[in-house]
Design a protein around this ligand. Sequence first.
Ligand SMILES: Cc1ncc(COP(=O)(O)O)c(C=O)c1O
Length: 491
Amino acid sequence: MNRPEPVRDLDWSSERAEKLGRDVVQMWAEFLEKLPEMPVDRGLRESTVREAVLRDVPAQGMEDDELVTYLRTVVFEASMYPGHPGFMAYVSGAGTVPGAAADLVASFLNQNVGGWRLGPAATEIELALMRWMASCFGLPEGAGGIVQSGGAMATLVCLKAARDRIAGYEVRATGLGGGPQLAFYCSQEAHVVIARAGDILGLGADHVRKIPVDERFAMRVDALEEAIEADIAAGIRPAVIAGTAGTTATGAIDPLAELAALAKRHDMWFHVDGAYGGAAVLVEELRGLFTGIEQADSIAFDPHKWLYTPHSGGCAILRDFADLPRSFAAVAGYIHEDKELTQRGVDMGQLSPQFSRGFHALKIWVSLLAHGTDAYARRIGHDVQLASYLASQVEAHPELELMTPASLSICCFRYVPQGKADDEEYLNRLNERLMPLGQLDGRVYLSNAILDGAFCQRACITNFRTEAEHMDAVIDMTLRIGRDLHNQMSP
Ligand SMILES: Cc1ncc(COP(=O)(O)O)c(C=O)c1O
């Protein structure tokens, strides 16, 4: 065979890379400058977005300028903006600026953080970050973890470690078939990712028991005890108590210390879903709310929520870091390495379902380095104050009803036209229509909660650009659209 000639089409010069990079960074600066004035939501429809952004993949690549123009369309015409100061929906961080810069670095460095040898600095940074987070939650020496795509995967990793420890590590090979049926316990307000993990892990989602909550939407320990006793009597092995530290709907924190004690008494694993609320342990005045989290066997925590880092990155944090390889390590000839000989470190591809992995820890690490814990504590505390301020404005207005006291940075309320306070069916219809109309209004963007059957407007402030003026805008928008709707709906 003839010696092949070089093919350099994909190998850009540093000058060309710099030009494209500069154009993109300029666009980023323009985006940051324009963000507060842009609508948070453009009222985009599926067909409009498809028309704007879909292209046939060309045989000949686009010119660089054309590519930048195309990216501008994606950014300025066909997206919505969770970093907009008016965005307070779901649990979605605004996206730190240094985190975005770190993502570019992570991307051009292109480490594969599945193997230490393919990502030496990346691995050590991720491990150190996880140890630091574990210590913030009060976990002892020996704790550690791994970055996953988000809370769903972090939960799955933690509960797989739990399942294997409780059922015995042989289930990794044999499956759950031979042993007793296992059960997990979480509150009715827990995020669906816990039941989904029960499904994936072979327990069946029905064996993830949804325990009733009290008037503050926190798990009722008496009901939990009853459910555990009933399962034991039926020959089912109670395996995991999963408390939530900051529920998605209302920000409720389960009684973590009592759950930990109960888990100990029944030789169960104690997991805490701190995906949203966990960041508040950085605030001295709020730390007391989380007492008991330091006893957790595992914690799911999402930096892309209240550490505001760009999507995506969630952390599975284990009291005993060695539980991860016990649950996930796999042997394969093509990754063989004599560590004694090479003196290299931990292979992260042995610690979760993922094999090849990106350097997702960098945006979290760099955000922490750039801002420091004091700034984080100030801002997280401020978010909590904003939610309380909103609650006070709601309570002061006769056409608004606060549905539960604000907790962490969440406030749930609804619009109640005069004379309609007792008409639950009408209030649900009205508030359900109000939510999307409010989003399309473009200034502020809320989502909803359904509390005891009542459809509520829900503001969750995990956004360092949001201020009191945006809480005022929430009140204005709700009253304006609520009144319009009421006029249309009631003859
Ligand atoms: C308490 C809680 N747990 C888990 C999740 C799931 O996290 P993710 O969306 O990052 O997978 C969420 C998402 O909002 C959450 O609020």
